[in-house]
Design a protein around this ligand. Structure first.
Ligand SMILES: Nc1ncnc2c1ncn2[C@@H]1O[C@H](COP(=O)(O)OP(=O)(O)O[C@H]2O[C@H](CO)[C@@H](O)[C@H](O)[C@H]2O)[C@@H](O)[C@H]1O
Length: 474
């Protein structure tokens, strides 16, 4: 069964966040399970594309309104990622370094989708299924079913996965002319709140949609940045499948990015050595419990709460706790955290930027990982932390709720709180500090965390069952 995954990100080719991790892993595990999954994404001028060899498998021109865009489909030659990787290259539009935030981003993603469709259409391919991820690929289902250009492919099933329902990629109707000829009686399927909304359109037009955790599926009906009613009425088409993690990339026994490898048996020694490495680098006392936050410094992740929560925790616990923050995002959050670092250099250090190796080291060496997210469709950080014996402290929302049980509850191994508030974070930090003093209990909980199975095997099976439910022959 041939499946194309369409995404703006894919690890290790180009990553900003968790979308890349999922699209870099799910197809690999699907292939191991006997499917034929490939990834199609825009071309970015980055390390991976510079250092690997590609062949041009197709070249043509597509039309974006009255702009004729020459495009090439490049295929990575070795399939070293465990799947076929195709890049859509469009000189001047899809050949830049960054993934997001260009002023013509809407044109970039629209051209990406049109070039993909033109490619499979002109080259007479008939994939068994097209799996679109987030709004960057959200127009594909509509175009497949309602554009006269792609009639041959109109029976192709589409699955749409929502990694982040806050971002819709919406734009005005003035840009309708950029689409190829479509059935104008169907424009309602593009519309939401008076504009063209790719996320909404994908939810309406795909054969079914999925969210990256069961709880998030329900949450979208009351928190989706204006699409609540849509998710309410389309609820029957939705399925919540918890993400897995790539246990080959995230393995404390073999991880090349951590200086001291460890297993559940050697975890006390291994974590201590990694913690010492972090504390040396960030000039912190390794004897104190080390709390961390890794991720985008945005409101969605509760990053705006961190400066006040850290300061108050330092005062309430009389400096008996330390913090390391790794992230990049809203400037005011970055600035507030840097100010905190200057004010409490012995207890708090901050790295503003994106650093994959440092993230691995921190997962391996920290004691606690803070995730005070307001919205968390799945969250991968808590799963990585668990695998490296680092206790997640999470707000009870989305995938965090589905994957972390409070240590005070039966079978629990993490810390959960209800409100995205400074008070709840501080209370959790206090609980963590108390727990940290009980070395034997910590050791037992760490072993328990490392034994949890969040591998892709189960989730891959659930996707396969969904595909099968579309009455496909696998
Ligand atoms: N500064 C930095 N340096 C190094 N590494 C960094 C980093 N900032 C982030 N990362 C890494 O990026 C990834 C973040 O993944 P998440 O799933 O937490 O968030 P994201 O919001 O991007 O993804 C969205 O999609 C995913 C996938 O479905 C959902 O899990 C999630 O809830 C949803 O918001 C992790 O691998 C993390 O280590």
């Amino acid at each position: 069964m041939k499946i194309y995954h369409l995404s703006a990100e894919c690890y290790p080719v180009a990553k900003v966040g968790g979308l890349a991790d999922v699209v870099g892993a799910l197809p690999k595990y699907q292939n191991l399970a006997g499917l034929q999954a490939a990834v199609v994404m825009p071309f970015y001028d980055r390390k991976f594309t510079q250092e690997n060899e590609f062949e041009i498998v197709f070249a043509a021109a597509t039309l974006l309104g009255n702009r004729r865009l020459f495009f090439e489909i490049l295929k990575e030659k070795t399939n070293k990622l465990g799947f076929e990787l195709y890049l859509v290259k469009i000189p001047g539009l899809l050949d830049r370094e960054n993934i997001y935030s260009y002023p013509d981003e809407r044109d970039q993603f629209m051209a990406f989708q049109l070039a993909f469709l033109d490619w499979i259409s002109y080259s007479q391919q008939t994939p068994d299924l097209i799996h679109c991820h987030d709004h960057h690929a959200g127009l594909v289902p509509f175009l497949l079913y309602h554009s006269k250009l792609y009639t041959r492919l109109a029976n192709t099933p589409t699955v749409f996965t929502i990694h982040n329902g806050q971002y819709h990629g919406a734009f005005g109707w003035d840009r309708l002319s950029l689409l190829p000829e479509i059935d104008l009686t169907k424009t309602g399927l593009l519309d939401w709140a008076g504009g063209i909304n790719p996320l909404a359109s994908a939810v309406k037009c795909s054969w079914l949609y999925t969210t990256v955790s069961p709880t998030y599926l329900e949450e979208l009906t009351y928190n989706s940045n204006g699409l609540e009613y849509l998710f309410y009425i389309e609820r029957a088409k939705g399925h919540g499948i918890m993400n897995g993690i790539d246990t080959e990339v995230w393995n404390p026994q073999t991880d090349p990015m951590i200086p001291n490898k460890f297993s559940a048996k050697t975890l006390a020694k291994g974590k201590k050595a990694n913690k010492e490495a972090i504390c040396k680098r960030f000039e912190l006392d390794p004897e104190k419990p080390l709390f961390t936050f890794i991720g985008r410094l945005v409101v969605e992740k509760g990053a705006d709460l961190l400066p006040a929560a850290i300061e108050r925790s330092l005062l309430e616990n009389e400096g008996e706790v330390n913090f390391v923050i790794l992230g990049t995002g809203d400037k005011e959050n970055e600035l507030a955290l840097l100010q905190l670092k200057n004010k409490y250099p012995e207890h708090c250090n901050v790295f503003i930027g994106y650093d994959e190796s440092l993230a691995h080291l921190i997962y391996a060496g920290a004691d606690f990982l803070l995730m005070p997210s307001r919205v968390e469709p799945c969250g991968l950080n808590q799963l990585y932390a668990l695998r490296y014996g680092t206790m997640p402290i999470v707000r009870s929302t989305g995938g965090l709720r589905d994957s972390v049980i409070d240590f005070g509850d039966e079978g629990g191994y993490g810390i959960r709180f209800i409100q995205a508030s400074v008070q709840d974070i501080c209370h959790s930090v206090f609980r963590a500090k108390q727990l940290y003093k009980d070395t034997a209990k910590m050791q037992q909980l760490r072993k328990q965390m490392m034994a949890l199975d969040f591998s892709w095997t189960r989730s891959t099976q659930q996707y396969t069952e969904l595909y099968e439910s579309l009455k496909l022959t696998i």
